[in-house]
Design a protein around this ligand. Structure first.
Ligand SMILES: Cc1ncc(COP(=O)(O)O)c(C=O)c1O
Length: 427
């Protein structure tokens, strides 16, 4: 891997952030769907994938859908109707209602609230697990006492402060939607994520801990909710000989071919988690002594699925870095580095890292939405972290953090080289 001058050569095969890892059974189930001609949105693969997922999560019902976003959309509609009553056709169930949402997450957590006409209000992030801060959430209820819905995500597969959030939700009579898209297989106090809200979801997107190439599941303990999701996801067809519709529907059901991939992957969830955990531990040990830390978790109460390993650079080890809407610049400095520099070095060596998910309150599309930190209204204080005593935690983690190559096919040797490359950045 070294040239004669002692310089690393790029990896011949790209080392990915997180790519699909197939095992063979996927092909058998896909083939079975083909040979038996169950090439639509019904079939044995769907039934089995739903049964196996519900069993793994420990919830009563899992409904297989085209993607995690679809599951979150139907969860938002269900929650809206449960809280505010049935909506008029064409009007979202959350029309004009504020909804508290995780701030540091992928936008698919939040967009479904908007599909239903809701107005996301972003809740800042805590430093212990990089998820919704219960203290900021309590603050948000002081400012918006009428809010009745909370959408929480478990970033990078690390469970958030679930007990605290549930206590606050109960106190204010709010429902929870849990976005466990990234955290399938992770648990909190021995219970799998995907059980903590009224309506929950996981994703089988190609980059997730296990994949169907695409796909997702809606999870719930409510038979009524599961039945509604099944109906809505198949164009809301009524039980009639002809196409009869009383409600707005969607084409959101999972295909039996995709379900074959999911069915083949499910038995490998634990294996993937242990590979991801080993990657996290190897980074943690290998980067010891550098002015960095790994994405944190509550080791006493939770077991993440370690989907992505991330790095946070200590404030005093950051070289200067500025980011616009599309581009980033930095100035190299001896003994210091920044996410942009490390990502550039990794890319040069054919390894894929990624910036931390840019918080929702920093996204142009959501610039007019509320954002609540521990200190209250977080808008207008967006440079607080630069001035010291950061109150905008999400912005700070975005500024100093990055996602490391976390593919479970990465070899220990490749990972050691990545660790050396990171060390070089701080030399
Ligand atoms: C936190 C989070 N929520 C939701 C989704 C949406 O899942 P999907 O891509 O299956 O629609 C993703 C990933 O894609 C995600 O990372």
């Amino acid at each position: 891997m070294f040239t004669n001058e002692g310089i690393f050569e790029p990896f011949k095969e790209k080392v990915w952030l997180s790519s699909p890892t197939m095992h063979g059974e996927e092909m058998i189930y896909m083939q079975e769907a083909y040979e038996t001609n169950w090439m639509s949105t019904v079939g044995k693969n769907i039934n089995e994938a739903e049964r196996m997922t519900a069993e793994k999560i420990g919830c009563r019902y899992a409904v297989a859908l085209s993607c995690g976003t679809a599951a979150l959309h139907l969860a938002a509609r269900l929650a809206g109707e449960a809280i505010y009553g049935p909506a008029e056709t064409g009007k979202g169930a959350l029309q004009g209602k504020q909804v508290f949402c995780s701030d540091m997450t992928f936008d698919a957590t939040v967009n479904p609230v908007v599909y239903e006409g809701g107005v996301p209000v972003f809740i800042d992030t805590e430093r212990d697990t990089w998820n919704m801060d219960p203290i900021a959430l309590e603050k948000a209820f002081e400012i918006y006492p009428d809010v009745k819905l909370i959408v929480i995500a478990h970033l990078y597969g690390t469970p958030g402060k679930i007990d605290e959030i549930r206590v606050i939700a109960k106190k204010h009579g709010a429902l929870i939607i849990e976005d466990a898209a990234e955290s399938f297989g992770a648990s909190y106090k021995g219970v799998q994520t995907g059980n903590f809200g009224s309506f929950n979801c996981i994703s089988f997107n190609g980059n997730k801990i296990i994949t169907g190439s695409s796909g997702g599941m809606f999870l719930t303990d409510s038979l009524e909710a599961a039945n509604k999701v099944r109906k809505w996801s198949t164009q809301s067809r009524e039980n009639a000989a002809w196409y009869q519709h009383e409600e707005l529907g969607y084409n959101y059901r999972m295909s039996n071919v995709i379900a074959g991939v999911v069915r083949g992957q499910l038995p490998y969830l634990e294996e993937h988690i242990s590979q991801k955990k080993a990657i996290y531990e190897r980074y943690r040990k290998g980067l010891k002594g550098l002015a960095v830390s790994m994405n944190p978790y509550d080791a006493e109460n939770s077991e993440p699925n370690f989907w992505l390993s991330c790095l946070l650079i200590n404030e005093d080890a950051m070289c200067r870095q500025v980011r616009g809407e599309q581009e980033a610049l930095y100035i190299s400095e001896k003994g210091k580095s920044c996410p942009t520099e490390i990502l550039e070095v990794l890319a040069k060596h054919n390894a894929e890292g990624r910036p931390i998910w840019k918080p929702m309150h920093m996204q142009p599309i959501y610039r007019m939405n509320g954002f609540i930190t521990r200190d209250g209204n977080g808008r207008g204080r967006t440079n607080a972290y630069i001035e010291g005593g950061c109150t905008d935690v999400g912005m700070d983690i975005f500024h100093r953090g990055l996602c490391l190559p976390s593919d479970n096919k990465m070899t220990a040797e490749q990972q050691d080289i990545i660790i050396e490359l990171i060390k070089e950045c701080f030399a």
